[in-house]
Ligand binder design. Structure first.
Ligand code: GLC
Length: 506
């Protein structure tokens, strides 16, 4: 198979709001980092561009590579500009992040310690989008053949490229991919409650930065409309979003563009998730030394102030605590589960106040049996998945989900709802065939979660079969190996499509 050889070479720029290890809020941040590195391994010159948020430069050494990039704000009455610098992180050793560009602007990024959640986010993302294009025009050293814009925050790159910069030979040959990590977030508003007057069909010019209408445009729609190719993060989610149930009102448009839509399962970073080498766990192990894994359970219990008990059924939750993740299904069943099963519950993550309140309440009610660490943490997930018996992911929808794969890699058995990437990555346990890697339920309701957890517990008591189940999960391949190659194919297709379009326009 011809791997990756289109006209201009193999330079790919990922643009998004976050990228680990510089700025990470959720799965998107992890994927920006691990996917770009996996592509680099395949000989592709993948790079990343994000804003330079507060304190990035305190931790990372960056060079100034482009000074005074002048970004037009699109103001119709007298053009105005915002001025940005671009700084660069350059990898020094194997395993470092790929070359990463940071758009620097005092007002919109430098003063902000958070990635998301500001009243002027519309301007912040429009500035990123147009800043990327102006940077490419100004920067003579490196120009991408393909831009991958990730989620709505980066979508306007594609809109600007195909409309405002349509005739600009410096950039109009760049092929584009729009990567959907979560269709639910489409812009600065709730797309399900848009008034008719505010409806954005995606065809009008992007409003100027200073125009309040900028907050009303549907960036997700525009990204899908203008991209040469559209990807999402699992094959199953790619099918689901073509239906009204999962399409978030964009299913019609996605069906129109289905020939350009490809679902590729995310991988996880195997250098970071390896129980044989993991620096954060006390006892290293692999699937042939599960006895050593068992010792980590005690470590986990001590670390979280839980009763030391080898027979306890330890359920781990590592998640953003948002509605999407489905934890409110536990509200009516948590007490029953705590009373009926020798269960311990460990929670790591932050998010919605009501969910955090719920887990905090359980911790107070069941001291020694429930522990909640209600803030994001990069290390604790390793401790949890090395020691817990199961990992619960009952999502209402899940474009891919990374924790079920991280859990399996570490030997925690996933209990998940059959949706999105969870359905692609976890196979339901079949005792007759001795097959499967976890416990999968269908309906989004509390009884289904309860039944799945009870099923898992019943099987947990049969240590011999349980260990086989763990081993099967640990033997799955969730590395980027296969998926990175699929991305290269998508880039190739995007480049060919672009070439054809340009010819047509001539
Ligand atoms: C988003 C999705 C999640 C996915 C992640 C990385 O956070 O909600 O399912 O795993 O992006 O693609």
């Amino acid at each position: 198979m011809k791997l990756f050889k289109f006209n201009g070479g193999s330079r790919v720029l990922f643009v998004g709001a976050e990228a680990a290890p510089f700025a990470r809020v959720g799965g998107l941040g992890s994927v920006m980092d691990s996917l770009s590195r996996a592509l680099r391994e395949k000989g592709c010159d993948a790079r990343v561009m994000i804003p330079k948020y507060l304190s990035i430069e305190e931790k990372w050494k960056l060079d100034l590579v482009q000074k005074g990039v002048s970004v037009p704000t699109g103001n119709e009455s007298g053009e105005t500009h915002l001025v940005c610098n671009v700084k660069r992180f350059t990898p020094k050793k194997a395993g470092d992040p790929v070359t990463t560009y940071f758009l620097e602007n005092q007002e919109y990024y430098e003063k902000r310690s958070n990635v998301y959640g500001y009243a002027d986010d519309a301007i912040r993302w429009a500035l990123l989008a147009r800043g990327v294009i102006e940077f490419i025009r100004a920067h003579k050293e490196w120009k991408p053949d393909v831009i991958v814009a990730c989620d709505w925050q980066a979508a306007l790159v594609l809109n600007y490229l195909r409309i405002e910069y349509k005739k600009n030979p410096q950039v109009n040959g760049i092929a584009t991919v729009f990567a959907i990590h979560n269709l639910y977030y489409q812009g600065m508003f709730d797309h399900r409650f848009v008034q008719e007057m505010d409806y954005d069909d995606g065809h009008s010019p992007v409003p100027a930065f200073e125009n309040p209408r900028l907050t009303k445009i549907n960036c997700m729609r525009r990204g899908i409309m203008h991209a040469d190719m559209v990807t999402t993060v699992s094959p199953n989610y790619a099918k689901e979003i073509l239906t009204a149930d999962y399409g978030e009102l964009l299913d019609g448009l996605l069906r129109e563009r289905r020939n350009a839509l490809v679902g590729i399962l995310n991988g996880i970073d195997y250098s970071m998730w390896d129980p044989k080498k993991d620096p954060y766990i006390s006892y290293k192990y692999d699937k042939e030394s599960l006895g050593d894994r068992a010792r980590n359970k005690t470590v986990l219990q001590e670390r979280f102030g839980l009763e030391r008990n080898r027979n306890a059924f330890v359920v781990g939750i590592v998640s953003r605590l948002s509605k999407q993740k489905g934890f409110e299904l536990l509200y009516p069943i948590a007490d029953i589960l705590m009373q009926e099963l020798p269960m311990q519950l460990v929670v790591v993550g932050s998010g919605d106040a009501d969910l955090m309140g719920f887990f905090h309440g359980l911790e107070t009610k069941y001291p020694g049996r429930v522990a909640a660490h209600l803030s994001f943490d990069a290390v604790l997930p390793h401790v949890v998945f090395a020691g817990a018996d199961v990992a619960l992911v009952p999502s209402q929808f899940e474009p891919c989900g990374l924790v079920q794969m991280e859990a399996m890699r570490m030997g925690a058995v996933p209990v998940v709802r059959r949706t999105g990437g969870l359905a692609d990555s976890v196979k339901d346990y079949d005792p007759d065939k001795g097959a499967g890697t976890g416990f999968v339920f269908d309906k989004f309701d509390s009884s289904s979660v309860m039944i799945a957890l009870i099923r898992a517990f019943e099987n947990f008591r049969n240590k011999k079969e349980w260990n086989k189940l763990i081993k099967r999960g640990m033997s799955e391949d969730f590395s980027w190996e296969k998926s990175a190659v699929r991305y290269l194919e998508v880039f190739d297709r995007a480049a060919k499509l672009r070439e054809r379009e340009l010819k047509k326009e001539e």
